[in-house]
Design a protein around this ligand. Structure first.
Ligand SMILES: C[S@@+](CC[C@H](N)C(=O)[O-])C[C@H]1O[C@@H](n2cnc3c(N)ncnc32)[C@H](O)[C@@H]1O
Length: 326
């Protein structure tokens, strides 16, 4: 749902942060609100996309069906601020972060995590710290770790025969990975497929933190777009041209049929010797071991527990695998 107001006043903010909101015949649980600075022209693009959207995805997993009912975008015209509700509903988000001091207070659980964390802070800290005061609820150490981890895998494993890498990401959410990869690797073009009501969030994140990057929403023709968003209910992807494809903690939230469908897409989209990098839980709605890996290839160039494994509030086990297209 997409709404706009003149200004967010203190009482509106309190409401968004604490209570349910009823609008257009629906009740939204808005406790998980976060705010992004958003220009009026970018909000107009989101409205343009949302207005032309079809009724919703043909097929949505039970997990995301439950979340869809909580998704709400509210734009403040005077403050140029977009409130996005519904992405996260877990209390652990941001609990270890002190946004005023911009420090991370979570002790590393083992040496690997300590090393990854240090590398991350040294290398990407300045970029990430500039996001933090605005985003304590959206981006936490865990999301940063896992996306940094997959950014490194792509840097190490993907090679571009020509001008630069072409990447396809399924389920990019808040677009942390394209934000990181645009700094750390020679990516020429980035395509994102995500749920239609989540795409505007990734778009708003990119516009807020990488305003120089040309982007196309699904309804837009932007000739020089570096990042193209496509909706999971209606995408068209070129065959055999992608050097790398990615899925980070997203297949685990789909149905097995959706995962199988995306493996079919990967089989078509990756060029020979292209890589698919995947970081997901061993078990959630679907099981990592049951993904149809052989559709992409049988050469696993990386196959191990991810450094973020066990780092989540529920200590879940997270696997990482990079498979090379046969
Ligand atoms: C837990 S979030 C992870 C987001 C991002 N990869 C990250 O690590 O920050 C799961 C993502 O999968 C997306 N997703 C769920 N079902 C999907 C589907 N059928 N097609 C594409 N994306 C989907 C969600 O919209 C969301 O962006």
């Amino acid at each position: 749902m997409y709404f706009e107001v003149d200004t967010f006043e203190a009482k509106d903010l309190a409401l968004l942060g604490r209570a349910n909101i009823s609008a257009a015949g629906r009740t939204f649980e808005t406790r998980t609100v976060f705010y992004l600075p958003t220009r009026a022209e970018d909000w107009a693009r989101i409205r343009g996309y949302a207005g032309g959207m079809a009724g919703g995805p043909e097929e949505i997993s039970d997990y995301w069906d439950a979340r869809a009912s909580n998704f709400l975008y509210v734009f403040s015209r005077q403050q140029n601020m977009l409130a996005i509700c519904g992405y996260f509903d877990s209390g652990y988000i941001g609990q270890f972060i002190d946004p005023t001091g911009q420090t991370f207070n979570l002790p590393a659980r083992n040496n690997v995590q300590e090393r990854v964390f240090k590398e991350f802070v040294d290398r990407d800290g300045p970029l990430i710290r500039s996001w933090y005061p605005l985003l304590p609820s959206l981006i936490d150490h865990y999301d940063l770790y896992k996306n940094l981890s997959v950014a490194r895998l792509i840097e190490q494993q993907a090679t571009a025969p020509g001008e630069g890498l072409r990447i396809l990401e399924i389920g990019a959410g808040g677009c942390l990975l394209p934000l990181l990869l645009r700094r750390v690797a020679g990516v020429q073009r980035y395509d994102v497929i995500d749920l239609p009501f989540v795409l505007p969030m990734g778009f708003a994140m990119m516009r807020a933190f990488a305003p120089d990057v040309p982007i196309a929403l699904p309804n837009e023709a932007v000739g020089d777009a570096w990042l193209r968003f496509q909706s999971s209910d209606d995408y068209s992807i070129e065959d055999g041209v992608y050097d790398a494809a990615v899925n980070v903690t997203s297949f685990g939230e789909m149905s097995q049929a959706q995962v199988e469908g995306y493996f079919g897409l990967l089989e078509q989209a990756l060029r020979p010797a292209g890589v698919f990098a995947c970081i997901n839980r061993t078990d959630k709605s679907t099981a990592f071991a049951d993904y149809p890996w052989s559709k992409v290839g049988t050469e696993f160039v990386v196959d191990s527990e991810d450094p973020v494994s066990g780092y989540h509030h529920d200590r879940m086990q997270i696997m990482r695998r990079v498979v090379r297209r046969g």
